[in-house]
Design a protein around this ligand. Structure first.
Ligand SMILES: C[S@@+](CC[C@H](N)C(=O)[O-])C[C@H]1O[C@@H](n2cnc3c(N)ncnc32)[C@H](O)[C@@H]1O
Length: 246
C-alpha cells in the first residue's frame, strides 16, 4: 500500500512555516549525515571535484542533505513522492539562489524514469520506510540502474536491536515491520536486523564497501517514541555500497 497520502498530509500541515525557518531545521537535522557523505566522497571518489558531481537524493523530503551538498557546488536532484515536500525544498534552495531539479515519483515504481546516471545517490531515512519486499527490490533496482560505474550509494537507516519498546497504537511483526493504527493497521517502517540488511544489499547485487552499526544511537521511528531511552529504540547504520560488476 502507498503511504503517499500519509507523508503528503504531514508536509501539508507545515506549509505555513517560513522558508528560512524550514531551511534552518532541515540543515541542522542533516549535518551529521552530510559529514558522512563528504567523508565517503573523499574516500571513494577522491579525484572528482564537487562541481563535477551529479547527486541524487532519494526520499529527499525538503532536501536538507541535498542543500548542504549543493552548497559545495554539486548538481543536486531530489526525488520524493510528496509534491508539497518538493515545493518546500524548491523554496529553501531558492533562498540561497541554488539550483535544484526535483522529480515527483514513487521510488518503488518500476516505471519511474530518471534522466541521468549519478555519481552519488544518497538516502537519508527512506530505506526503512519501504516495508514490503517487492518495493525494496524495485528500489534497489532503481539505484543500480542510475549509479554511474564507480558511483556510490550512501545511506543512513534504522536497524533492529534485541529489545525494542513498542508503544500503544503500534505493533511489530515477525517480518520486522512496524505497524501504526490509523483507523486500520498501516505498515510504516521496516526495521531489519543489521545482518539481514547486509545480506539484502548483497543479494541485490551491491558490494558493501562501508557498513557501520551505531549501537549507542537511538533512532526515533515516530514522534510517539520521543523521550524513550536510546537502548530500547532502534539503532542506526551508515553504509556505502557500489554496484557489483556483473
Ligand atoms: C522519513 S522521511 C525522510 C525525509 C528526508 N530524507 C529526511 O531525512 O528528513 C521519508 C521521505 O521519503 C518519502 N517517501 C517515502 N516513501 C517513498 C516512496 N516510495 N517514493 C518516494 N518517496 C518516498 C516521504 O515522502 C518522505 O519525504
Amino acid at each position: 500500500m502507498s503511504l503517499q497520502p500519509y507523508y503528503e498530509e504531514s508536509y501539508h500541515t507545515e506549509r505555513g512555516r517560513s522558508a528560512t525557518e524550514l531551511m534552518h531545521e532541515v540543515t541542522t537535522y542533516s549535518k551529521g549525515l552530510f559529514n558522512f557523505v563528504v567523508e565517503s566522497k573523499n574516500r571513494f571518489l577522491p579525484n572528482v571535484d564537487w562541481s563535477g558531481l551529479k547527486i541524487l537524493e532519494m526520499g529527499a523530503g525538503r532536501g536538507g542533505l541535498g542543500l548542504l551538498l549543493a552548497r559545495l557546488g554539486a548538481q543536486v536532484t531530489l526525488v520524493d513522492f510528496s509534491p508539497t515536500a518538493l515545493d518546500q525544498a524548491k523554496m529553501i534552495f531558492a533562498l540561497e539562489g541554488l539550483e535544484v531539479k526535483t522529480i515527483q515519483g514513487d521510488v518503488t515504481h518500476p516505471d519511474l524514469m530518471l534522466p541521468h546516471k549519478y555519481d552519488i545517490i544518497v538516502d537519508s531515512h527512506l530505506l526503512h520506510c519501504l516495508t514490503e519486499d517487492p518495493d525494496r527490490s524495485s528500489y534497489y533496482q532503481l539505484i543500480r540502474d542510475h549509479l554511474s560505474e564507480n558511483g556510490i550509494f550512501v545511506a543512513e537507516s534504522m536497524v533492529h536491536r534485541k529489545k525494542l519498546f513498542i508503544p500503544d497504537g503500534f505493533m511489530f511483526d515477525e517480518k520486522n515491520v512496524l505497524w501504526q493504527m490509523f483507523g486500520k493497521w498501516t505498515p510504516i517502517r521496516r526495521i531489519l536486523d543489521s545482518l539481514d540488511l547486509e545480506k539484502e544489499l548483497s543479494d541485490a547485487h551491491f558490494n558493501i564497501v562501508y557498513f557501520y552499526y551505531y549501537g549507542q544511537y537511538g533512532f526515533v521511528p515516530h514522534r510517539s517514541f520521543m523521550d524513550i531511552p536510546a537502548e530500547i529504540l532502534p539503532a542506526a547504520v551508515r553504509m556505502v555500497v557500489q554496484k557489483k560488476q556483473l
